[in-house]
Design a protein around this ligand. Structure first.
Ligand code: FNR
Length: 184
């Protein structure tokens, strides 16, 4: 049985370190895991007036989340919190009231930043939101990666063995978590 993972990257930047990081993690997961990188940049700003008439991009986004067996959030930290573009996607997926796409999905959060705390505060805020949305987030290991030049290339190849081993430990725990909690 394969597992489809919807990957949400909290940066729209072309050269995003977090996108590289997400690619690297996807390479470390078992062969029966399939990845769908979900484009959250196409979503308009959430507006409750549209709850009764969702725009096509938001309908498609919700379908992608609903079709996924699991979620992987890889996000930068913006001003000690979650980037607005990711919060916007979380809000779209949660509406209309009673029809959230998020509930019950197994998930993990990760992030990288050139700063020393490696997105720790953004991840805490994200965990708070996901708890409310009833997403089953892996508790440990937490993963705070300080990004340095050459650490991960554009194709998600990891530049040193220690980092690869550290990330492999996370990927193994995440894979086990998804197998345990996946509804299918
Ligand atoms: C940042 N950055 C940042 N870094 C951090 O460690 N803590 C923070 O609170 C912030 N705040 C912040 C706000 C805004 C608006 C920007 C644009 C940037 C720096 C951030 O970690 C850096 O730009 C990363 O490269 C962003 O991730 P991606 O786009 O490379 O994935």
């Amino acid at each position: 049985m394969s597992h489809t993972v919807a990957v949400l990257v909290g940066s729209l930047r072309k050269e995003s370190y977090n996108r590289r990081f997400a690619l690297a993690l996807s390479r470390l997961l078992p062969a029966d895991f399939r990845f769908e990188f979900v484009d959250i940049g196409v979503l308009p700003l959430y507006n409750q007036d549209l709850d009764s008439q969702f725009p096509a991009a938001a309908v498609h986004f919700k379908q992608q989340i609903e079709a996924a067996d699991a979620l992987l959030f890889v996000t930068p930290e913006y001003n000690r919190s979650v980037p607005g573009v990711l919060k916007n996607a979380l809000d779209w997926g949660s509406r209309p009231w009673g029809k959230s796409a998020w509930g019950g999905k197994p998930a993990a959060v990760a992030g990288t930043s050139p700063g020393a705390i490696g997105t720790a505060l953004a991840q805490q805020h994200l965990r708070n939101i996901l708890a409310y949305l009833d997403v089953q987030v892996l508790g440990q290991p937490e993963i705070f990666l300080q990004y340095k030049d050459g650490l991960i290339d554009a194709d998600g190849h990891i530049g040193n063995d220690d980092t690869r081993a550290y990330l492999q430990g996370f990927a193994d725990r995440y894979a086990a978590w998804v197998r345990q909690h996946s509804p299918r």
